[in-house]
Design a protein around this ligand. Structure first.
Ligand code: PLP
Length: 282
């Protein structure tokens, strides 16, 4: 039974299976003592091991220069392959469904190139009211890029009067109501402001039933809550790694595309190095 007192909290800390991990990070100091850090939702702490890892790569660059792309334990050319295993486990994906590249917002735009294909009456996007500002700008600019007005194309979900969280039944109902005109449902998997975790599986299923795609911003979910993106049939997801994944400010972001789409010739895409359709995958 929960008790609201210090010794109860200390006792829980003692039993916490993750307690040893605290010592693996540099904790900033405040007034001579280790701070209690509640800002991992903005920037994760520096892992103690990171300096050694970076030093290793700097040494490889110093000694190998361009050969570092191909030689040694961690050839840079194949960097994405090194991340596939651990990153796919983090988000519940198949290794070939994830990549680590760019930042979250760039990845979101790339996903929208593929998964926001408005046509005729089907041009609307459902998202959360008060979604993270950069997500709002990304959606608005994509809608305008396709020649639509954001106020007509973007439908914002909001909690009932007097409530802070969205009810799943209301999200699903909104999707159903707009079924004929919906191109995409794109929202946080875990709301950055309220901390609410959404039922991504149910939302994805409802979006598909409405003939739309479903994608999630997992900035606050990756490394924080259990995810099963593959099994939930989520079409795409993007996340940053500098929060709960402690990758550093500017750390490279993640992207997921369900294997259902990987080889689909109909999916518009902006290709780069790893264009699976042209078989130039390293
Ligand atoms: C929920 C959410 N979405 C998107 C972003 C933007 O990510 P980036 O600036 O790395 O593209 C953030 C950053 O804090 C965020 O918290």
């Amino acid at each position: 039974m929960f008790e609201n007192n210090l010794s109860f909290a200390r006792n829980l800390d003692q039993k916490d299976p993750l307690k040893e991990y605290r010592h693996k990070f540099h904790i900033p100091r405040h007034e001579g003592k280790e701070a209690i850090y509640f800002c991992g939702n903005s920037l994760g702490l520096q892992p103690i091991s990171v300096r050694e890892s970076i030093d290793k790569e700097l040494l490889r660059w110093q000694q190998l220069a361009v050969e570092g792309h191909f030689m040694g334990e961690t050839p840079w050319l194949h960097y994405h392959k090194q991340f596939k295993g651990p990153v796919s486990r983090l988000v519940g994906a198949l290794p070939e469904e994830v990549v680590v590249m760019n930042n979250l917002t760039v990845n979101l735009h790339l996903m929208l190139v593929s998964f926001y294909q408005p046509e005729g009456k089907r041009f609307k996007i459902i998202t959360e009211k008060g979604a993270f500002p950069s997500d709002q700008y990304a959606l608005e600019s994509q809608v305008k890029f396709h020649g639509y007005k954001p106020e007509e194309a973007i439908i914002e979900l909001q909690p009932r009067e007097g409530e802070c969280n969205l009810r799943t039944e209301d999200i699903l109902q909104t999707i159903q109501t707009h079924a004929g005109e919906l191109a995409l449902v794109m929202m946080g998997g875990l709301n950055y402001y309220t901390g609410q975790v959404f039922d991504m599986q149910a939302i994805t299923q409802a979006a598909h039933q409405a003939g739309a795609y479903a994608g999630f911003d997992l900035a606050h979910a990756a490394g924080n809550v259990l995810l099963q993106l593959h099994d939930w049939q989520v079409d795409f997801a993007v996340w940053c790694t500098y929060k709960y994944l402690n990758s550093s400010p500017g750390g490279v972001a993640g992207a997921f595309i369900h294997s259902n789409h990987a080889y689909s010739a109909n999916l518009p895409r902006f290709a780069g190095w790893w264009d699976i359709m042209n078989k130039s995958v390293f």
